[in-house]
Design a protein around this ligand. Structure first.
Ligand code: ASP
Length: 340
């Protein structure tokens, strides 16, 4: 079934009149009020629907972003989020996630194995521990102590196929695929061998005007065992300042960490830049500072400010995101980019 047909079946109040893929200009403020954005339009289409159900019912942005990204975590066919995703180079699926609310409360997990919803465990770290991040076995033990089930270590069929393919050369080359030009290139899940990265980062503002964000991923496919990317690192893969705005990132995690990317985007918005300009300036910082060849690096940021304006920017063509607001179905925004 096509996603658009599925959405029509699901129904989300006023939202599901149609699911036209209108391409919006990157800075857009239809209404101040509930709004949710998430990275990579093809997964936003389903994830935002779940988040929107909560926002529409006057729920909190925090509940919305958790429920939204769980759609991707639960999708066994997603190449790069949740337990169905590509493994590391030793064959283990290891998951990273972070969450942040409107009160500077944060939680994160990294290198978490065999747990279905890392974002939920990140939220429990935030709400039930005196800490902000748990990793590896400790994170897994905490998850189980909170009632999470230890899932099987068997890879999903598409991940196994992709891994078998990778094993043929076993070449450790942590270079991300860069999307084909034109956007909306979130992978066909059954072709996940062609894709070695993606994340769902989601940021939302609720009816009270409060902001929250969530970010969850299996990180870079066939990564070194123990490698942690930007997604669980508050300030890198995700940042929220309820007075200013929220931002999240996808793409080459090492580069996002290098510049404290999402924090930087929020700080640019604090200086008065629009969400799109702020994302652009962060991407330009990567281009200026990275010791690597930017032709091999893709990074995309999305951001929202307190006025309900949103924007995104990427290093290369091909990045897009989905935005859902009052009275619209989830719409595709093709990000601008700085490299030819
Ligand atoms: N940022 C993720 C990581 O480096 C991957 C991605 O979003 O593409 O782990």
């Amino acid at each position: 079934m096509q996603r658009r047909d599925l959405l029509k079946l699901i129904g989300v109040g006023t939202l599901v009149a149609s699911i036209e893929n209108k391409v919006l200009s990157s800075t857009f403020n239809k209404n101040k009020g509930p709004i949710v954005l998430s990275t990579w339009y093809n997964q936003s289409v389903l994830a935002n629907v779940e988040a929107w159900k909560i926002l529409e019912a006057k729920g909190t942005a925090l509940d919305a972003v958790e429920a939204g990204v769980q759609v991707s975590e639960n999708d066994i066919n997603n190449c790069c989020v949740g337990l169905g995703a590509n493994p590391d180079r030793e064959g283990h699926v290891t998951l990273d996630a972070s969450i942040m609310n409107h009160q500077y409360e944060i939680g994160a997990v990294a290198a978490l194995e065999r747990i279905k919803s890392p974002i939920h465990i990140a939220r429990l770290v935030m709400e039930k521990t005196p800490h902000v991040m748990l990793v590896g076995l400790g994170a897994q033990e905490f998850a189980v102590s909170q009632g999470a089930v230890l899932e099987s270590t068997i890879l999903s069929s598409h991940a196994q196929k992709a891994y078998d393919e990778w094993l043929k050369k076993s070449e450790y080359k942590p270079i991300l695929n860069i999307e084909k030009k034109g956007g909306s290139q979130m992978p066909d899940p059954m072709k996940s061998g062609e894709f070695n990265h993606y994340t769902i980062g989601m940021i939302a503002m609720d009816i009270e005007g409060n902001l929250s964000g969530a970010c969850t991923t299996s990180g870079m496919g066939f990564k070194m065992r123990g490698r942690v990317g930007d997604s669980p690192i508050i300030g890198a893969g995700l940042y929220v300042d309820n007075e200013v705005g929220a931002a999240t990132a996808t793409g080459h995690g090492e580069e996002v960490i290098r510049i404290c990317g999402s924090f930087l985007v929020v700080e640019f918005m604090r200086q008065g830049y629009s969400p799109e300009q702020a994302c652009k300036k962060a991407v330009e910082r990567i281009r200026a500072k990275t010791p690597r060849d930017t032709k091999d690096i893709q990074v995309g940021f999305i951001a929202i400010n307190k006025k309900g304006e949103h924007g995104g920017y990427a290093l290369h063509d091909g990045f897009d995101y989905g935005v859902t607001q009052v009275g619209t179905a989830t719409q595709q925004v093709k990000s601008k980019f700085i490299l030819p």
